[in-house]
Structures are given as structure tokens and as C-alpha cells.
Design a protein around this ligand. Sequence first.
Ligand code: XBP
Ligand code: MG
Length: 249
Amino acid sequence: MKALIFDVDGTMAETERDAHRVAFNETFAEYKLDWHWSVELYGELLAVTGGKERIKFYLERDRPDYIPPVNLDAFIAELHQNKTAHYNELLARHPIPLRPGVRRLLEEARREGLQLAIATTTSPRNVISLLEHSLSPDSVAWFEVIAAGDIVSAKKPASDIYDYALKKLGLKAEQCIAFEDSGNGIRSARAAGLSTIITINDYTRDEDFTGASLVLEHLGEPDQPFTVLSGDVGDAGYVDLALLRRFIC
Ligand code: XBP
Ligand code: MG
């Protein structure tokens, strides 16, 4: 096992409901658009990864009444840039805590000389903000590769972002483990050939995690053991490198 590759949103931290969703709504309000994404509606919209793609999907599915500007893609890109600014302000004001076990596992991997990488649909700037505010000011440098956003043309569930991360790491899929929280995420990681550990959250708990090595409530801590939804963990109560080595294919 040479590297751990982490998804960000929903996996490292619960950023979707109280940060991304809120930032989208702040942008819509700023542009005087009568669009509002409730907690429930946002759960449906998460079926589409990528903020720009999600806005387009919402307009097509829920707002057939909307008369688009001549260049809709450019307008959506402008909205999305504004949303990214709101998201970054929000993370600076109210850092979102990392999920249980994330910091501990990253620190163990660093001590043991494993490489770390990120494979996410969100923008690089958002990843950097989360790492700096919630992990440590110098933690961007902990990651050999930050594969994010529009660097690939096809977002998750396509394998492209994981293929890109593996290529940049210079490693084969069999040498790495992916961490994901969603159905789209596991499809992407598995399509790239990666063993995948799932930590669910309220938005994703009922999704299809076929092919997961483990499906857990969270990564767990010595004093906060995980709940196992599927897979064999022996007598482990939290994810550490010894447990992960069992799942290298
Ligand atoms: C995350 C996403 C992202 C975020 C919003 O998916 O789908 O679109 O919701 O970020 P994953 P942007 O965790 O599978 O990578 O608005 O920057 O796209
Ligand atoms: Mg995710």
C-alpha cells in the first residue's frame, strides 16, 4: 500500500448541507434569482456532481419557466465563481470540522511514509480552504496530488479524476485505497480499479455501494468506534493502516 486517495465533500468533512448549499443560495439571492435550494431539494440535486452541472440540471428539471440568457453556460460559470467566493468566506468564518478519524488516519499515513492525494469534483480553491482551515495551515503540502474540479472534462461517476490522480502519483490502482461517501464517488473510484472505503452521511446512506471494501458510518477513533454497515473489520473499532492493508487488491 503506497497511497491513500481522499474524496473531499462528504468524506473529509460534511461540507454539502451547511457550506456548499448555503453558498449556492447566497449567490442566487445576490443575483436576485428566486431559486432556493432547501436541505431536501439539495439532496436530490447531489445526484449531479459539479456545481455548474448541478445548476444546469436544476434549471432543466425544476425551472422550465426560466428564460435563460443568450449565453447560459457563461452565466452559470459566473454564478459558480460567485458561489466559490461565498463558500470560501463561509469556511473562513465557520470552519467545518473534519469527520471522525480523518486527521488521525492522515497523520498515521504521513508517519508511515505513504503518499496522500485528493480526487474531488469541487474546485481546487475550495479544497485548499478546507485543508487550511480544518486540517492545518500547512496541510496542502501533505498531499502529493490535489486532483480537483475541471482538471478533467468528465466528473464523477466517470473514473477520470481518479485516473488523473493515479497518473500523477505514478502508482497503480492496486497500490492505493480510495475514500468516498457517495454512489457517484464509489463508481468513479471502482472504475479506476481502486479498493474503496465508504463512510456514509445523511445524504448518501441509502445509495448503492456495490463493490465497497467497507461501508462505515465514519472512520472511527479509539474512543469513538465506527458502526459497520458492510464488510469484515475483524475486531477493529477504527480504520488504521493495518486494517486498510487487508483490502489492497
Ligand atoms: C462534490 C460535488 C461538488 C460540490 C460542490 O462531489 O459534487 O459539486 O457539491 O462543489 P464529490 P463545486 O464529493 O463526489 O467530489 O460547486 O465547486 O462543484
Ligand atoms: Mg463526496
